[in-house]
Structures are given as C-alpha cells and as structure tokens.
Design a protein around this ligand. Structure first.
Ligand code: NAG
Ligand code: NAG
Ligand code: NAG
Ligand code: ZN
Length: 622
C-alpha cells in the first residue's frame, strides 16, 4: 500500500451518529473528512463510467474463457481481473477521502457506502495478496480432490470427481455402505489439506474488517443487508419454518428407517448425513422414490413429451422468451440471440454450469447453458432468462445500483418464476402435460417433491453462514465441533462416522473455501415465495399457491417489472413494501408456509404416531 493509503487511518474520524431511515448506524465505520458534494458527484460520475468499462472488459474475458477454456484465454481473464482488483482498491481509497455520512444527498451517500464496504481494499498489498492467494489455493485444492470408488482396493482407480461422479453416486446409490464410504472419502480428503489456510484466512479477513470499524468479518458480511437487526429477523423466519421442517424430517426419517433398518437409522434420533441423496444433505429430491407419498401416482416429468414434440434448445429459449413477453416484459435483444451459447459445442472445452451474463454496456446480455432437451433444462432456461430480465430492467441505473435489492433478490426472482413454470397447471397450458392434474394424490406428490428441494434446503442455507459468523466472532478453535453442533441443531443431522478437529467438514461445501457468502440463498428462498405469492395475488389467482401460474398475466408482470427496475437503488425493505402493497417490509416465511400448507396437513396425519423431537442432548435441536 502506498504512503497516501496509510494516511486514511490518521484521518479516520468517528463522526456524528448517522442513522438512515432503517436505523443503521454507520458512524463507527472509518471515513475521511471531505464533505464537498460537488467533488463527490464528480468522483461518482467518473467511477460509474470507468467501472462499467472495466466490468465490460472483465466479463468479456470471462465469457471467452468460460466458452473456450484454453490456457491463453485463462491468462487473459486473470489479467483483466487483476486490473479490476487494482481499480477497486483505488476507488476504495478515493471513497475513503469523503466523510460520506455527512454529505447532503441520499443517493450519493448510498453509493459511497457501497463503495466503502470492501474492507479488504484497506489491507497492505502484502496481506491483500496473501488472502487472495489463500482463497485461490483453497479453491484449487477443492477442485482437484479425487476420491476412490467403493469397490477399489488400489489407489490407481481413485479418480472420482465431485461432478459428475460423487454427486451421481450420492444421488443414486441405495447401498448405505457405499454412501458412507463416499461420504468419508469426500470429507476426509477435502477438509484437512485446507484447514491451516482457512485459519489464516479468517485471521486476515477479521483484521481487514476491524481496521474498518466492524467487529469482525462476519459483521461485515451481514452489513450488505443494511439492516441492524438482520440476524434477529432471519432467526425469526427460521423459527416459523421449523415446525414444517420437523414434520418433513420426521416423515422422511420413518421412510429411511423402513428402507435401511434400525442399525442405520435410529427411530427417534437425528439422521446420519449420508442417506439424503445429496453430498451436503441440502436437497433431498434425489430420494423422492423412497419417500413418495403415493408411489402409484407418477411424479410429473414432461421430458418424453418434449422429445416427442421435437423440441430443440433454441425452441426452449424461444418458449421462455414468450413466457416473459406474455407478462408484458421485454423480449431478448438481438445480441442475446447472436452471442449466447445455447448448446455444448464439440470443438472446445467449456464450463457447462448454466449462467446469465450482463456485459455492463447496456447492449450485450447472454446465457451460457449446455442445454439438453429435458424438463430440468426447460425450467433452467426460464430461470436464467429471469436474471436477464433483471439486468435489462435496471440497465438505466448507475453501475452501483445494477444489482438485486439485496444479495438474495436475483435468485429469489428467478426461482419465483420457476414456481410458475415447474407447475402442473403451467405445463398443461403450454401443451406439455396432459394428465389429470387435479387429483389430491398428484398434488401431494408434487408438493413433497418441492418440499424435498425447498424445505429441506432451508436449515442448510441458514446454517452455513451462521457457522461462518460464529467462527469470525469466536475464533477457529473447535470449528469442526461447532459445524456439527449447527448441523444437528438446524438440520437434525449427525456425521455417519466420528469426527475430530483434524477434520474440517464445512470445507466440503465449496462456498466456504471459495469465500462466497451463503446467507443470500436463505434470503432468496424466503423471497422466492414472497414474490410468487405477490405476483399470484396480482394475477387474481384463487386456490392453492402451488397451482398458481402467472403466465399471460400483465398484472403479475407489472408487479415484477416494478421490482426489477429499482435494482439496488432503494433499500430492500422498501422493495418488499412495494411488493406487498404496503402490508409488510419484512422477510417472512409466511408465503412459503402457505404454499406448503396442504402438505403440512398431510404430514401431520402421517406423523401422528411419531415423536417429532429428534434431539439427543439439548432436546431442542430440530
Ligand atoms: C479458442 O481460443 C483460442 C485461443 O486460445 C483460439 O485460437 C481459438 O480460435 C478459440 N476457438 C474458438 C472456437 O473460438
Ligand atoms: C468397481 O465398480 C465399477 C462401477 O462402479 C465397475 O466399473 C468396476 O468394474 C468395479 N471394479 C471392481 C474391481 O469390482
Ligand atoms: C397410528 O397408530 C394407530 C393405532 O396404533 C394405527 O391404527 C395407525 O395406522 C397409525 N398411523 C400411521 C400413520 O402409522
Ligand atoms: Zn440463478
């Protein structure tokens, strides 16, 4: 860091207590002395055009690499990213000259606040590079883990990768010995090699946060939600979801007990984490065959019908576009159709994860997806295109506002759309599903499948960052024990084999080593149902929420576009207030509970002979 950089600590002042409309105190954050509004406006104008230009270069380079993975393209991408990191650091330093909480313009304050919340920019170059390298080393370790198959005696065959191999085995195998083996292999190989690196990472991240006036890096992670009581508010939403989760858990436990027997599943205890069809036990839909309420009624799948009708990837994208235009939203721009990657090319290596891209120049928007003709990819096509709708709607906003209202909004919106699309009523309307959608059994089967994806995900989505907040606050001693305490308390899960502090099981989830926040997925889950419910109300839907399809509703489209065009220009509580027609400004589990209400009633009947409590020690775990 330069000499000028070091001065900012000297000019740090603890100013007047400044509370914005939502009661957030920013005053203890470190800041400078300049209160000249003209200079701040000038700085933000320059920032806006330069940041957009650099963002365009970085996303172009990332696109080139992701769709053509050569060493050359990777080098180019890293060069651009390095330039962007330098620019961010410089912008942070310039922002630090302003006493932004005292500038008399709300929009200026808001933008400067977003710029300042990047505490790692305050690290010395040496430490900044160190934490950057720690993270990329941990990501590297994660992506290079290979595990041995169940039957192999020789390490020669230890070449199973997380994707697709481990994910596939955990999803499809019904042999608990094999599942335990794979669980052990993955967790034992991924955690220990990065444990020390992670501990050092925690130390540096905390230093950076504290230098900027935060208590620790966890408080900084929560700060982006601009809500002092954020932790309390989301804890309340979890408390209201918990009864539904308990019922689901209890029912699934009985089914697993029936299948695996009492030596594997304890009738009244927590569940071992390896039997739920997912490496992290965060999505249980792969074991739907073991738990389907009415197995004789088929679960909805329109893949065969799509094939019969001769669908192509292009037609799937056209169909998704028509969904949005039917709401009165925007068609995809010409550049989208010209430059997107709809199919996996066979002349080069590409990253196949579906993603939606904003090239930051208000012209170029693309989707990259290795589309195959099946139902999952049809849903995914609509999901990704919702991200593009968001980009298009906030494209006129300044650079710093071109984002979701909080980190959960982008996924929340896209998943809310998916609730209308992966929906028997909708698939019937678009001519893909012609069976009777009205029977009670089909509806309960459908809701069970959704619950295995969404309700099962809630406690996991919540606890990943609950763990990180605790580690940043209380330190890394016992961090594996803390991980399992939270897994037990929220998910009701225990490890299938004993664990010690030599293990580092949180690292089994990529977002931990990769330094990617996770609470946004929990927030997105709540928002998904809040947004769905509001759009359904606007469309005049009557009846159960899971049968609501907003297709062709201009009124629902208006609710959606009003939300999208705000971007991040306003506090997300104002956006929720708008969404709920002034009724509430809170994140809430109510809409989600309403969606699953018919299943909840069904589960209660199923569980009436069961002990719902599943804890061993504290009696308050699940
Ligand atoms: C992939 O990138 C390389 C540069 O590393 C380039 O020479 C090649 O033409 C690219 N292939 C395609 C199909 O764009
Ligand atoms: C191990 O299992 C794999 C499939 O999971 C099979 O292809 C392979 O032949 C088996 N090897 C042995 C030694 O049984
Ligand atoms: C609960 O117990 C009663 C009486 O023992 C039995 O008749 C009923 O089938 C049980 N219900 C379920 C869902 O197992
Ligand atoms: Zn998404």
């Amino acid at each position: 860091m330069s000499k000028i950089g070091d001065l900012w600590w000297v000019v740090a002042v603890v100013g007047l207590l400044v509370e914005d409309a939502w009661g957030i105190t920013d005053a203890r954050l470190v800041q400078g002395t300049n209160v000249n509004l003209g200079e701040a406006l000038q700085f933000l104008r320059e920032y806006d055009s330069e940041a957009s230009r650099i963002c365009h270069r970085v996303s172009s380079a990332r696109w080139t690499y992701s769709t053509n993975m050569t060493d050359f393209n990777k080098r180019k991408m890293i060069e651009e990213q390095t330039l962007q990191a330098k620019f961010n650091k410089l912008s942070w330093k310039r922002t630090m000259t302003f006493d932004w909480t005292r500038l008399p313009d709300q929009m200026v304050r808001r933008q400067l606040k977003f710029l300042i919340t990047n505490s790692r920019a305050s690290l010395t170059d040496e430490k900044y590079n160190e934490i950057y390298h720690l993270i990329s080393e941990m990501k590297d370790i994660y992506s290079h883990i290979r595990i041995c198959p169940f039957n192999s005696q020789e390490s020669l065959f230890c070449d199973l990768e997380l994707e697709p191999d481990v994910v596939r085995i955990v999803g499809n195998s019904r042999n608990h010995m094999e599942l335990a083996h794979v669980w052990r292999e993955w967790h034992d190989k991924v955690g220990p090699p990065m444990k020390n690196k992670f501990m050092r990472y925690v130390q540096i991240a905390n230093q950076a946060a504290r230098m900027n006036g935060f208590l620790d890096a966890g408080e900084e992670m929560r700060y982006v939600y601009e809500e002092q009581n954020f932790e309390i508010e989301i804890a309340q939403t979890w408390a209201s979801l918990q009864p539904l989760y308990r019922e689901l858990f209890t029912y699934v436990r009985r089914k697993l007990l029936q299948f695996y027997g009492p030596f594997v599943v304890r009738p009244e205890g927590p569940l071992p984490a390896h039997l739920l069809g997912n490496v992290w036990a965060q999505d249980w839909s792969k074991i739907v065959d073991l738990v389907a309420p009415y197995p004789e009624f088929k679960t909805i799948d329109v893949t065969d019908e799509m094939l019969r009708q001769g669908f192509t990837p292009l037609r799937m994208f056209q169909m998704a576009e028509e969904f949005y235009t039917s709401l009165g939203l925007k068609p995809m721009p010409p550049e989208f159709w010209r430059f997107s990657m709809f199919e996996k090319p066979n002349d080069r290596k590409v990253q196949c994860t579906a993603s939606a891209w904003d090239f930051c120049n208000q012209i170029d928007y693309r989707i990259k997806q290795c589309t195959e003709v099946n139902m999952d990819d049809l849903i995914s096509t609509h999901h990704e295109m919702a991200h593009i709708q968001y980009y298009l709607h906030y494209s006129e906003q300044p650079y710093l506002y071109r984002d979701g209202a909080n980190p959960g909004f982008h996924e929340g919106v896209s998943n809310a759309i998916s609730l209308s699309v992966f929906n028997p009523v909708h698939l019937h309307r678009v001519g893909l599903f012609n069976e009777n959608t009205d029977s009670y059994e089909t509806n309960i089967n459908f809701l069970m499948l959704m619950a295995l994806k969404k309700v099962a995900f809630a406690p996991f989505a919540y606890l990943v960052d609950a763990w990180r907040y605790e580690i940043f606050q209380n330190g890394v001693q016992n961090m594996n024990a803390v991980w399992w305490e939270l897994r037990l308390r929220y998910q009701g899960l225990i490890p299938p084999i004993p664990r010690t502090e030599n293990h580092f099981d949180a690292a089994a989830k990529r977002h931990i080593p990769a330094d990617i926040p996770y609470m946004k997925y929990y927030v997105a889950l709540l928002l998904e149902f809040q947004i769905h419910s509001s759009m359904c109300f606007a469309s005049g839907h009557v009846g159960p929420l899971h049968n609501c399809d907003i297709y062709r509703s201009r009124e629902a489209g208006r609710v959606l576009s009003d939300l999208l065009k705000v971007g991040k220009a306003r506090h997300w509580k104002e956006v929720i207030k708008m969404l709920t027609r002034g009724q509430s400004d809170r994140l809430s589990a109510e809409a989600m509970l309403q969606y699953f209400q018919p299943l909840m009633l069904w589960l209660k009947v199923q569980n009436r002979n069961e002990t719902i409590l599943v804890c061993n020690k504290q009696q308050n775990c699940v």
